[in-house]
Design a protein around this ligand. Structure first.
Ligand code: DGY
Length: 433
């Protein structure tokens, strides 16, 4: 399994960065890149560093790290650079074409993972010193531009920023939108069966939000005022908080970093308090989403509802409730952990992207978090499930959570094949002592 994972990462390497999956995702994606670097670090630290350096090289002058960096031309993906027009923003990268949005800010905790994995702590710390301020600048950008009410929680303005693109959570937002019928050719459904991907109507909404952002030249203040989609997402904020914590730990190893550590601690305290106050739902016993445009909570349980475990956000009592919820609703004998959407909901779809399937990156985060809290048994189950489905089906993008479906091998894995973060994170799990 290890050698196959390494082979995939070698094949997906493109002279400075890794594509998530050939053809389906032919560019560099922000959170994919971070997870992939963790896998690369186990067998080629030079490439892991290069992966992160290339990503950070595309950072905008205002601190935003874009969600896709279009390093090369490719006609296998839509919407490409010509649709996104990132150059509308005066501070967009002049060197690279990109999208005008971001993705969960994984880079901070990824640097800490590189430090953990590296055998040469002096060399890796030297590298971290050379890039860490860019990550800090990214967090500063998020708190200064994505938190209009100064709550300590940042918003996302597009479902693609969440990483969980077509989660049922976004349905109520799209129902409010009156998006036009765009004329475009889907490319994703040339590579993957349409039943596993977002619908055409959903794409109309996705494109419409971008059109609105483009109308305002990707200006954050105007987006905050006019975007139909404006959400405080538990996963995005969890990842930011986890990365804050990592930056604090790493800056402690770097001289003259007191001011930055102080600022990070301020962000951190405020964020964790507000997160628990605003996003923990006592009735559902799970973290939920907040729709800033409608000014109301979206009370849905997804795998993102448990993600705060990764960043030590829940109290002991909350984590106990969360794990009970997870085991009762997501982990019966019939399901692999962890479905991306509540299997008991009528909108659960075990094949469709973020509407049900198991994703390895969410499993990896839950595994790490549960272990830290001392929930060793559940953590082990997540690890076992992850390795079992990949062993049976291959290094796919996402997997059917229904155990009973696994009678015929290689039919319950969906989306892109030879998927980079699946390979990278499995490698990380296998290398654990
Ligand atoms: C896609 O094209 O589906 C990507 O997830 C967007 O980031």
């Amino acid at each position: 399994m290890k050698s196959k994972a390494i082979e995939i990462l070698n094949n997906n390497w493109r002279n400075g960065f890794t594509v998530p999956s050939e053809n389906l995702y032919p560019f560099q994606w922000k959170w994919d890149s971070g997870f992939t670097a963790i896998g690369l670090a186990h067998f080629n630290m030079g490439r892991a560093k290069k992966e992160i350096s290339t990503l950070l090289d595309a950072q905008w002058e205002n601190g935003l790290i874009p969600h896709i960096i279009f390093h090369t031309k490719s006609d296998t993906y839509f919407p490409g650079a010509d649709f996104h027009c990132s150059n509308l923003h005066p501070k967009a990268s002049k060197k690279y074409k990109s999208t005008g949005m971001s993705q969960p800010p994984v880079t901070g905790f990824v640097l800490q993972e590189l430090y953990r994995i590296s055998k040469d702590k002096t060399a890796i710390l030297q590298y971290i010193e050379s890039v860490i301020d860019k990550v800090y600048k990214n967090h500063n950008y998020l708190y200064e531009n994505r938190d209009p009410k100064n709550e300590g929680l940042v918003y996302i303005y597009h479902n693609w920023e969440s990483g969980t693109d077509n989660s049922p959570v976004w349905d109520t937002i799209f129902e409010r939108m009156d998006s036009p019928e765009f004329k475009f050719n889907r490319k994703d459904t040339l590579h993957v069966d349409a039943s596993q991907r977002p619908s055409h109507q959903e794409y109309n909404h996705y494109l419409q939000i971008i059109e609105i952002a483009k109308k305002y030249a990707y200006d954050d203040a105007k987006i905050a005022k006019h975007s139909p989609f404006l959400v405080q997402d538990p996963l995005f904020n969890t990842v930011l908080i986890k990365s804050n914590e990592s930056l604090i730990k790493l800056y402690k190893l770097i001289p003259n970093s007191e001011k930055k550590i102080k600022q990070l601690k301020n962000w951190q305290n405020k964020a964790i308090n507000r997160f628990n106050e605003k996003l923990y739902n006592q009735e559902l016993k799970a973290y939920i989403y907040y729709d800033l445009r409608a000014d109301k909570a979206i009370k849905e349980i997804t795998s993102s509802s448990f993600a705060p475990i990764f960043a030590k956000i829940p109290s002991k009592k909350q984590v106990e409730e969360l794990t009970q919820n997870l085991m009762q609703n997501f982990a019966s004998d019939d399901y692999y952990l962890c479905a991306s959407y509540n299997p008991k909901s009528s909108k659960f779809n075990p094949k469709k992207y973020w509407r049900g399937p198991v994703w390895v990156n969410l499993n990896w985060m839950l595994y790490k978090g549960l272990k830290e809290y001392g929930y060793q048994e559940i953590a082990s189950q997540i690890k076992k499930d992850t390795l079992e489905i990949v062993q049976q089906e291959g290094f796919y993008e996402y997997f059917d959570p229904r155990k009973k479906e696994y009678t015929k091998p290689r039919s319950k894995a969906y989306g892109g094949e030879n998927f980079s973060w699946t390979a990278a994170l499995v490698l990380d799990l296998l290398n654990e002592n």
